[in-house]
Design a protein around this ligand. Structure first.
Ligand SMILES: [Zn+2]
Length: 350
């Protein structure tokens, strides 16, 4: 029984891995928010007792659009409307959440339909449970899954409306009233207007859905408020800081490869072990780049269904990474867990 389940899971996961975030064709876009939620009073320290820089750290989770979305667009090859597939991903989410919690962290979990709508329809409380345990719920917005192919010519209002619709499902499934962070929508030059209109104020994880790569101008550890979006070719406004900008952009860290955001899915990445080795190097590089007196951030993304390296111990690789690499840095005061909104609040408080 378990073996059968595992086998079908394996194929589901293979399908999944060839889809969504990993595929050049798939892209994710977030909406914009009009009324940025009030910046919370939480302000994390930016220096430790020794007066040296602190690196805020988190793990984000992307939940991809698998199956027909709430807007009626087909997406992915697997389907969250199939209970076994949905449940398998729920199990992965719980396992990852437990691992992160055991190390003192809380994830930023980014969801979209049909996962959210299936959760609502089936009465599954996974998102509400994780929110109650302190994980941040956020939006992962694959624009083509919610707006159809070629969404870039659509108006800010059209984007905003659909982003709001997706946010409402997250709120309903998660029992939360405030969603601030999104990922996706990366090639829409008016993305930040749309996201602001939809009530969002924190963004990250920019990569081109066409090339799965991240422009090196976006790499680093210090957040900023972009003056505008990008079409994927011109990053002038995106990389320009606007003190009055509504959105805080969190770079992912001091990575040195343009494909870091997708390398786990590439055939030549060397599998989970090599990927986490690269994360370790990038975390250390980010620590070196961190400056006292500034807000410094580092984060990476996981997906339910992608831990496949060791069938006997699929999550061992992330457990070891947290134990061997992250925990000692947290203990020494160099690294501190913070959800993405907490990172943005720390930046806004500076
Ligand atoms: Zn995605």
């Amino acid at each position: 029984m378990r073996t059968l389940k595992r086998t079908s899971l394996f194929f589901a996961v293979l399908l999944f891995a060839s889809l969504a975030c990993g595929l050049p064709a798939a892209s994710a876009t977030p909406p914009s928010a009009e009324t940025p939620p009030a910046e919370a009073a939480t302000s994390l320290p930016v220096e430790n007792e020794a007066g040296s820089a602190i690196l805020l750290f988190d793990i984000g989770m992307h939940i991809e659009p698998m199956g027909e979305t709430a807007q009626g667009f087909p997406s992915g090859k697997s389907d969250y409307h199939k209970p076994q597939f949905f449940e398998r991903h729920v199990e992965d989410m719980l396992t990852l959440a437990q691992i992160v919690e055991a190390h003192g962290g809380r994830m930023t979990i980014q969801a979209q339909s049909p996962f959210t709508t299936v959760a609502i329809e089936s009465g599954n409380t996974i998102l509400a449970d994780l929110a109650a345990r302190g994980h941040e719920l956020a939006l992962h917005f694959h624009e083509d899954a919610h707006l159809g192919k070629n969404p870039e010519p659509l108006s800010v209002q059209q984007w905003c409306d659909v982003m709001k619709e997706e946010i409402s499902y997250i709120m309903q499934a998660g029992g939360v009233s405030d969603i601030r962070y999104w990922s996706g929508g990366n090639l829409y030059p008016n993305l930040y207007e749309a996201a602001e209109c939809a009530g969002l104020d924190v963004n990250s994880d920019w990569k081109s859905p066409a090339t799965q790569s991240t422009d090196m101008s976006l790499i680093g550890v210090n957040p900023w408020r972009p003056a505008g979006g990008t079409d994927g070719a011109d990053f002038t406004l995106f990389t320009q800081h606007d003190p009055n900008g509504a959105i805080v952009f969190l770079p992912e860290g001091q990575y040195d490869k343009e494909n870091f955001a997708s390398m786990r899915r590439s055939d030549d990445a060397g599998g989970d072990e090599a990927y986490f080795e690269y994360l370790k190097e990038s975390l250390y590089a980010s620590l070196s780049a961190a400056q006292a007196g500034k807000v410094n951030v580092f984060h990476f993304t996981v997906h339910p269904g992608e831990f496949l390296g060791d069938p006997q111990d699929p999550f061992g690789v992330i457990e070891r990474f947290l134990t061997e690499v992250v925990d000692p840095l947290v203990a020494s005061g160099q690294v501190q867990w913070a959800t993405y909104s907490q990172m943005a609040d720390a930046y806004a408080a500076k």
